[in-house]
Design a protein around this ligand. Structure first.
Ligand code: SD4
Length: 370
């Protein structure tokens, strides 16, 4: 599809609750944006009694939750759990914590939890974060021997004045606050690491596991948002390396007024570009979730010189219920759970394969700018 100059595709809610794409000129979009900006400014100024109060950016109206989205196929089991929590009346924060905890406990998973691949010193080190509707956040990085780093992250958020604890300090705090360390030795993981040591060749391979980091974003029936992200990071990384997954704004970002985004792939790329925050800010400016993810992926590809063989996958929920994802290389998919049930959806991508052209494989969203 050719790029349409001066127009963009927007997702518009239809009566049946689904979304369809419609084109809107920049002029009209700008007009609508300014219109809602004016309305917000008016309300803000009236309620505060301050005529000079700065105008807020427009917020996006609450949509039709519940909705749970997470990265890769292992997200199906995580979403199931999150959905059950929401159906039982649990909070959306409980849902995103307990959802990804299912994958953390799965010792067959080689990129999340204690079953993950080790770093180059043979140690499994874990990163995680969580963020709620109010923007409160907790994170933990470079921790060893704890099954649920996401729960430690939540405890840091709720019980300390800090956002992030790392390494030995985080482990000490966790042990003192009700978390029990656990030793896990998986012979085949150790064997693979010993094999790797023979060449010690550190090289990201696109989608080689296809069940990487789990990032989850969710919305409850009232439109409240939350997100979580947890990983054992890149296999055979340098001991001490921390990726994007526990970094608020890089691996996860939630803004209760706008939407939420999370990331998977080579974390350094997300950290350098604050990728999840970028996605949320683009949605604030009026992009659909898919458009925002795509623009953020393209920005990474523009800003970082050599991204060949490096996967980046972003997915997002907009507060009005629109959701989508985009990746650098083909192969990134997302697990979705909404009122119509649970399913996998393929995300759009920039490259089909090495040197391939951009494509679009998302049946739920409208292609833009291909
Ligand atoms: C990291 N982003 O540690 C994680 C790894 C990952 O798909 O997501 N792999 O950089």
């Amino acid at each position: 599809m050719e790029r349409v100059v001066g127009e963009e595709v927007f997702m518009v809610p239809a009566k049946d609750g689904r979304y369809f794409g419609t084109r809107m000129s920049h002029d009209r979009r700008q007009f609508l944006k300014l219109g809602s900006l004016g309305a917000v400014a008016l309300v803000t100024a009236c309620s505060s009694g301050d005529a000079d109060a700065p105008a807020e950016q427009p917020t996006i109206g609450a949509g039709k939750g519940p909705l749970v989205l997470s990265t890769w196929r292992h997200g199906m089991a995580a979403n199931d759990k999150a959905w059950t929590v929401l159906q039982a009346g649990g909070s959306v924060l409980d849902a995103v914590e307990q959802g990804v905890a299912v994958v953390e406990s799965d010792l067959t998973n080689r990129s999340v939890g204690l079953g993950g691949n080790p770093d180059r010193d043979g140690r499994v080190t874990l990163d995680a974060c969580i963020q709620d509707h109010e923007g409160r956040a907790g994170a933990v990085a470079f921790v060893q021997r704890f099954e649920h780093p996401v729960s430690i992250a939540r405890a840091i958020m709720e019980r300390t004045p800090h956002v992030m604890l790392v390494g030995a300090g985080a482990e000490q705090w966790a042990a003192q606050n009700g978390f029990t360390p656990r030793d896990v030795e998986i012979p085949e993981v150790r064997q693979a690491w010993l094999e790797w040591l023979k060449t010690s060749d550190y090289k990201p391979i696109v989608n080689v596991e296809n069940h990487d980091t789990i990032g989850m974003v969710a919305m409850d029936a009232q439109g409240r948002l939350a997100g979580s992200c947890t990983t054992s990071g890149m296999a055979y990384k340098i001991h001490g390396r921390v990726g994007d997954s526990p970094i608020i704004g890089a691996g996860l970002f939630v803004d209760g007024e706008v939407g939420a985004a999370t990331a998977t792939g080579v974390g350094e790329l997300m950290i350098r570009t604050a990728a999840s925050h970028t996605v949320v800010e683009l949605m604030r400016q009026g992009r659909t979730a898919t458009e925002a993810c795509r623009e953020a992926v393209q920005r990474i590809l523009r800003k970082v010189p050599d991204t060949s063989n490096m996967q980046v996958g972003l997915l997002a929920i907009r507060k009005d219920g629109d959701h989508g994802g985009w990746s650098h290389y083909k192969g990134f998919d997302r697990a979705v759970y909404d009122k119509t049930g649970a399913r996998m959806e393929i995300c759009g991508f920039e490259r089909a394969a090495h040197g391939g052209r951009a494509g679009f494989a998302d049946p739920t969203s409208t292609p833009v700018h291909l």
